[in-house]
Design a protein around this ligand. Structure first.
Ligand SMILES: [Zn+2]
Length: 419
């Protein structure tokens, strides 16, 4: 039973923790080869380490690669295998995360949001209709010169608040919880160096957006590097001799179906996306990413790329085209479909917390997807923030509380029902 007293406790804990965590600059850095990529992440990791010890959790350990682990033993009579909750402490490299000054906007009236440190910047309900769901609620934003960092410090605050509640109110039933807070998710290294022996049987990432989001699908992802080898010669005397690799590469890309590009696709549609094209007459290189929810969709695109390469070699005698295809990640639904009770319990936990469930397929990847294929089935739940990676990032305070409540309900369902 989650009493009004517990809800109030979660509300205060989650908000206070969230405001404490966003004050630390944890922007990750793709250019860095260190792990974690930036020292600020370790500052937050140490703060969280001491908070986990204070709760107290057991076996709290901050690894030298910046992964923070801790264990809360199961409550009496739990039937569940160990469960893991994950969130990441880095923020996106796309905006500054230094000197974040949160603005707390009580009793939101449905109007335009303005930002004290950036008079040009506004966020309107026309642009962001979801704002209107939260009339009367308290919203938190940054001040206009940084992102807020709700991605994913909201997730961390929600997990920490739920843990604090389980310690404070020992009647709340829960499985053994193996908590993992991770660095460098935003630069795709959030599972590199994770200690698999410290993970639970099943997991949940708290890293989604709008309240109610439940994500159990993501893209199948491939990368294609297409190398063009031509032949250069003085352009004045090139007739019948020159094979211009750069010009042919441009034609090759232009010949791909334009309708299958990110600019023209949504929902369950897949695409080709050219991320880089460079070269000269002798050699050119095009890098593409290929995405689809269905494995067959990507196979079809890879086949099309290979056939087009063969056709171009016929069209331009002497030209060599070699496509190199690598798999990046796979749709986690392949794994999660075999463990339906994970998503089913998440759905029921949200309903018990009074949250309307929004089933979604992520048009991208998540750490949960990688963990699914590393042996721990892990869907993604809402953390409640919106407009991630931008200066207009915002989160309703009620979302923090609802996510923490969802964690408590999930823990109860697992403890009572087992697998
Ligand atoms: Zn995130």
């Amino acid at each position: 039973m989650i009493t009004p007293e517990i809800v109030k406790f979660l509300q205060e804990e989650a908000q206070a923790r969230f405001l404490r965590y966003v004050a630390v600059d944890t922007r990750s850095d793709e250019e860095s080869s260190k792990s974690p990529s930036t020292p600020g992440q370790l500052v937050l990791a140490r703060l969280l380490e001491s908070e986990l010890k204070q709760l107290p959790l057991r076996n709290v350990q901050l690894s030298d690669r910046g992964f923070l682990y801790g264990v809360l033993p199961a409550s009496d009579g739990s039937k569940s295998p160990p469960l893991t909750f994950l969130a990441h402490f880095d923020t996106s490299p796309s905006e500054s995360g230094a000197g974040v000054e949160p603005v707390i906007r009580e009793n939101y009236d449905g109007g335009i949001l303005r930002f004290p440190k950036n008079p040009e910047l506004v966020l309107t309900p026309e642009e962001e209709p979801e704002l209107l769901r939260f009339r009367g609620d308290t919203l938190i934003t940054a001040s206009g010169d940084t992102l807020l960092g709700a991605d994913d410090k909201a997730g961390i605050a929600e997990i920490m608040a739920a843990l604090a509640a389980m310690v404070r109110f020992p009647k709340l039933p829960h499985p053994e919880l193996r908590i993992v807070l991770t660095p460098d998710e935003e630069i795709g290294r959030g599972t590199d160096g994770i200690d698999l022996s410290r993970l639970g049987t099943y997991g949940y990432t708290m890293d989604g957006g709008l309240v109610g989001e439940l994500e159990d699908e993501c893209f199948n992802a491939h990368k294609a590097v297409v190398l063009f080898k031509g032949r250069n010669i003085h352009p004045g005397y090139a007739k019948g001799k020159m094979i211009n690799a750069a010009a042919i590469a441009a034609r090759f890309i232009a010949a791909l179906p334009e309708a299958e590009s990110p600019e023209h696709t949504e929902k369950r549609e897949g695409f080709f996306h050219m991320v880089e094209l460079k070269g000269d007459e002798n050699e050119a290189r095009a890098t593409l990413i290929i995405r689809d929810f269905e494995a067959a969709g990507n196979e079809r695109r890879i086949e099309l790329l290979r056939r087009q390469a063969a056709a171009f070699e016929v069209r331009y005698p002497g030209l060599q085209i070699s496509p190199t295809i690598t798999e990046q990640y796979r749709n986690m639904n392949e794994v999660l479909a075999k463990h339906p009770s994970l998503v089913d319990k998440a759905r029921r936990a949200m309903a018990a917390a009074g949250v309307e469930v929004i089933r979604k397929a992520i048009r991208g990847g998540t750490d949960g997807a990688r963990l699914c294929f590393m042996g721990m089935p892990t869907p993604n739940l809402f953390a409640g923030g919106m407009r991630f990676h931008s200066k207009t990032e915002w989160i309703p305070v009620s979302a923090l509380t609802k996510a923490s409540e969802t964690i408590l309900h999930l823990c109860r369902l697992w403890a009572e029902e087992g697998k």
